[in-house]
Ligand binder design. Structure first.
Ligand SMILES: Cc1ncc(COP(=O)(O)O)c(C=O)c1O
Length: 454
């Protein structure tokens, strides 16, 4: 019997193309709408914000999109990432389940985020852009884009959600080391930021607010484009290298997952690990269960409304149909900053509506308990966001034990938590509280949903 712990792929097994789920969907997701006209947006509407190649990828229905060699050569810096078999955890849980995790924490930023930061910076550079703006929650995405900017010689301005800016000064330091400028959001630099500060001077910020600031800042300058770290179709597609590599690695383990798990903020790491497997299920090649895991304090998929909404608080973005808590909803300041987003990727929402994925929500103390247990047993400290996936994987393994079934569980350990130690310290000192989201605030935010004819 093999006792392999780490399944590694040679660099020449790095995928040559991203997988595009749009090719295999039984029905396409609803169109993205222009907020002014209520009509589907076209490439010209998006051109001020995104490079044309990205816009084409956003609407592509090709099953595979070739990864440019320039991007593959940067990916080689950390990809293929290892797939681990959690043998020690399995023994500790005394479960018949086989638990695997794909570890994205080996990237330059410490998470899956550079998988899309690098191609977005590459296409921007190719089209003559010299500056990128973006938002960041936990700081993982901001660090990823800062790194990609350094690789391709682009200026990068990052609007970092105020609460994370205060909680994670070392993340800011990392972005600055890569050469980016980091601004606490809401800021005085934009109309959107100033409007929020006028009403809520002590605002902890949110991803929705930071997106408004970054979009506004990009729209103001010809030389600048905006880069988004999640939610949009092209971002989810860039992340599919995770699932494609996992599939090859599981082949060498002579296994195939029964369950695939990922945490969900905007939906990109879940998409990355699961879409290639969902594609196979849609082509009737192999069955799969997929579980999206979100924080109980910001439960868009499990408690949100499936409706057209703005992607940002300042209402500068197009309208997308997604599970949303309302764009005005500011989630309570819990520690998984990357999961504090009011909406969900339209593709992930669409899959949920079609009954092709499941969703569940956990409180922050239960996910930190799972993350700390995992760190002690496996020796890798997960990011607070990733702890949601760890908790679900452990719960699924315990279910297997109760039912006496030997299933194969694959989860995405999408980032390390080395810059999140304050969260762990708070957890161990008993200072981590389970924030309830306010149902009244969500009701108020949902009452403000835009009225759409379709
Ligand atoms: C480590 C980590 N995981 C997950 C997320 C959530 O994003 P997504 O759902 O797009 O993967 C973030 C976002 O910042 C993150 O930093």
């Amino acid at each position: 019997m093999s006792d392999t712990v780490k399944y590694v792929l040679d660099e020449n097994r790095l995928p040559e193309a991203w997988y595009n789920l749009a090719a295999d969907l039984p029905e396409p997701p609803p169109p993205v709408l222009h907020p002014g006209t209520g009509e589907p947006v076209g490439p010209d509407d998006l051109a001020p914000l995104f490079p044309m190649e990205i816009i084409l990828q956003e609407v592509s229905t090709d099953r595979f999109v070739a990864i440019p060699e320039e991007v593959r050569s940067v990916y080689r810096q950390w990809r293929p990432t290892p797939l681990y078999r959690a043998r020690r955890l399995e023994r500790e849980l005394d479960t018949p389940a086989r638990i695997y995790y794909k570890y994205e924490g080996v990237s330059p930023a410490g998470s899956h985020k550079p998988n899309t930061a690098v191609p977005q910076a590459f296409y921007s550079k190719q089209e003559g852009v010299t500056r990128l703006t973006t938002e960041t929650g936990a700081g993982q995405w901001g660090s990823a884009l800062a790194y990609a900017g350094a690789v391709f010689g682009l200026e990068v301005d990052v609007y970092m959600v105020r609460i994370s800016y205060d909680q994670k000064p070392y993340r800011r330091g990392l972005m600055e080391t890569f050469g980016a400028r980091c601004v606490a959001s809401p800021s005085e630099e934009t109309n959107s930021g100033r409007a929020i500060l006028a009403d809520h001077p002590g605002s902890p910020g949110s991803l929705g607010i930071a997106i408004s600031e970054a979009v506004e800042s990009a729209a103001m300058r010809e030389d600048t484009k905006y880069a988004l770290g999640s939610v949009l179709n092209h971002v989810l597609m860039h992340q599919t290298v995770i699932g494609e590599e996992s599939m090859q690695q599981l082949e060498s383990a002579e296994d195939y997952p029964d369950v695939v798990i990922g945490c969900t903020g905007g939906g990109s790491n879940l998409a990355g690990i699961s879409f290639p497997f969902i594609g196979r299920a849609l082509r009737e090649e192999a069955e799969i269960r997929v579980i999206a895991v979100e924080p109980a304090a910001c439960p868009s998929l499990t408690k949100g409304k499936y409706a057209f909404d703005f992607g940002d608080t300042g209402h500068l973005t197009p309208l997308v149909k997604m599970h949303t808590l309302g764009s005005a909803f500011v989630p309570p300041p819990f520690h998984a900053g990357g999961l504090r987003y009011h909406g969900m990727a339209p593709l992930v929402s669409h899959l949920k509506e079609l009954g092709l994925i499941e969703a569940r929500a956990y409180t922050q103390t239960e996910v930190f308990a799972a993350g700390a247990e995992f760190a002690r047993i496996e020796g890798i400290l997960p990011a607070p966001e990733a702890n949601h996936a760890v908790k679900a994987a452990i719960d699924e393994a315990m279910r297997c034990r109760q039912e006496g079934v030997s299933e194969s569980i694959l989860f995405n350990l999408c980032g390390h938590g080395h810059f999140d130690m304050q969260a762990y310290i708070d957890y161990f000192s008993g200072n981590l509280v389970d924030h309830e989201y306010s149902e009244d605030e969500v009701a108020m935010a949902l009452a403000g949903l835009p009225v759409v004819a379709v």
